[in-house]
Design a protein around this ligand. Structure first.
Ligand SMILES: Cc1ncc(COP(=O)(O)O)c(C=O)c1O
Length: 422
């Protein structure tokens, strides 16, 4: 499609957008009495309007039924979380049995590493991307130390090439082959939080398995953003948070994937609790653990219903729209944003550099040569909500559920004004 940087063209794209009515499903904050242009759905997704009803339902059932709500609430609490597995399985390309929702992301990655990082004196290394999200770095280092190894020796990071802003799949695979049977685990962010790169999860998972390592993914920036086939790619495990593209609210519960091949096993190393116990016998209070035949075996506690309710509300939107439609819009919307940025860059003879490679989801990370923090502050004041990452990067995520083509055009105009009046 031949794009144009004009209001009329952007509005025309909005008219043709099959998802345009979904913008109305979300609450937008206001700046200067105007709804913001929201680019930070990769950090915290907007609140779906229907969330309030889901939360109020739980609050009311709690008020009126108290403990009886476990079995007699409109959506009984004892199995409330089970409602999330099917919609989530469609989002990440899994079987329903392979999914559960519990805890928060870093906690879940730790719990999954209990099962899938089983180092030996010979095979104890972990491969991850250079400058992985800090929580992942801390998690990996603490796991390694917990097992009595030295992170300096045990954690192998894959570097980008000199002068490049992205990782090459061939470099990752050759690192995996180089470390071969010393490698216990490959754990990478499926979409990198900084540059927005989508990793070739299928090829990397296959390469990890070829050398006998387990392969897991942190899908914080991938879930609800890109198409995945976790089951078919034979991924061992994965986890993601729900507050970014999944729109389930700040700090909310995390989703977990454990491949079918590990389900229904009693002898797998795992930290266990009563909510992972056979649900038919859970309230018999028996002394021996009988694992659920699905990923719920990893669930320790009864589900935090007030957290899971907003997640369910958000998933109902994904059920209506489907990942294919979202991705179709996302591709055009992100391409339009890229076009607008390039046009404005020409007009102001500035030097933005988009550091996100073509293997991308929603996010474009833009290096502002010469511009900087003052431009970021100006954008925020003008009601363009973006985020800033040192040294000079703004991250822009035009989320297809609620961002419009007109938003992209308007953003371009505000950006141009900001640069020219500086
Ligand atoms: C890639 C990535 N991993 C891990 C985390 C940590 O998530 P949590 O605080 O839910 O454990 C985040 C949070 O933004 C993230 O972006």
């Amino acid at each position: 499609m031949q794009f144009q940087n004009s209001l009329q063209f952007a509005q025309q794209l909005d008219q043709q957008d099959k998802l345009r009515k979904y913008r109305e499903e979300f609450n937008f904050p206001k700046v200067n009495d105007k709804e913001v242009i929201y680019f930070t759905g990769n950090s915290l997704g907007l609140q779906p309007k229907r969330t309030e009803a889901y939360v109020n339902e739980v609050m009311n059932d709690w008020k009126e039924l108290a403990v009886e709500g476990h079995f007699y609430a409109k959506k009984p609490w004892w199995d409330y979380h089970e409602r999330l597995a099917e919609p989530l399985s469609k989002i990440v390309g899994a079987k329903k049995e392979e999914i559960t929702v519990m805890n928060t992301l870093t906690v879940n990655l730790h719990l999954l590493m209990v099962s899938f990082y089983r180092p030996t004196l010979k095979r104890f290394k972990i491969l991850c991307e250079e400058k992985a999200f800090p929580s992942d770095q801390y998690m990996l280092a603490s796991q390694v130390k917990f097992h009595g190894f030295d992170p300096e020796e045990a954690i192998v990071t894959i570097k980008k090439r000199e002068g490049e802003h992205f990782w090459r799949t061939e470099d990752i695979i050759s690192k995996i082959e180089e470390f071969g049977n010393e490698l216990a685990l490959v754990l990478i962010g499926g979409v990198n939080y900084y540059n927005g790169q989508v990793f070739d999860m299928e090829a990397i998972t296959k390469a990890g398995h070829m050398v006998g390592a387990k392969v897991g993914w942190d899908l914080a920036h991938a879930a609800g953003n890109i198409k995945m086939e976790l089951h078919n790619w034979n991924v061992d495990f994965a986890a993601w948070c729900s507050y970014k593209y999944m729109n389930a609210g700040p700090g909310n519960a995390s989703g977990v994937f454990v491949h079918e091949k590990y389900l229904g096993k009693k002898d797998i190393p795992r930290f266990e609790g009563w909510w992972g116990h056979n649900k038919e016998r859970r309230f018999l209070m028996e002394p021996h653990f009988d694992p659920m035949p699905n990923a719920e075996a990893w669930q320790l506690s009864n589900a935090p219903i007030l957290s899971v309710a907003p997640y369910l509300a958000s998933l109902s939107l994904f059920e209506e729209v489907g990942m294919n439609e979202l991705i179709e819009k996302r591709i055009t919307l992100t391409a339009y944003l890229e076009f607008v940025l390039t046009e404005i860059d020409k007009e102001v003879s500035s030097t933005f550099e988009i550091i996100t490679p073509p293997e991308r989801g929603c996010q474009l990370s833009v290096f502002l040569h010469g511009e900087g923090r003052s431009l970021f502050d100006y954008l925020m004041k003008e009601g363009v909500i973006v985020d800033w990452r040192e040294p000079n990067v703004i991250r822009l995520a035009p989320v297809p559920f609620y961002c419009s083509f007109e938003d992209m055009y308007r953003f371009g105009q505000i950006l141009k004004k900001g640069i020219l009046t500086k």
